[in-house]
Design a protein. Sequence first.
Length: 66
Amino acid sequence: MSPIKESSAEYSIEELEGQLYALVGKKKASFAKQAKKEKKFTKIPIEEKNDEPKAYNGVFERYLGK
């Protein structure tokens, strides 16, 4: 900042703003790679049914009482 203050009379306002934004940007810039956040999953048990398929999807058994 002090070099810019010393030579501020030589530059226009727009040039000074550009230089100050560049300095602030350099200080705030972070070039370190951000660690990836791991996604957490909840496992839900699922029962596997091995039922044999019924003829006509069980319509006859349901309505005829078999």
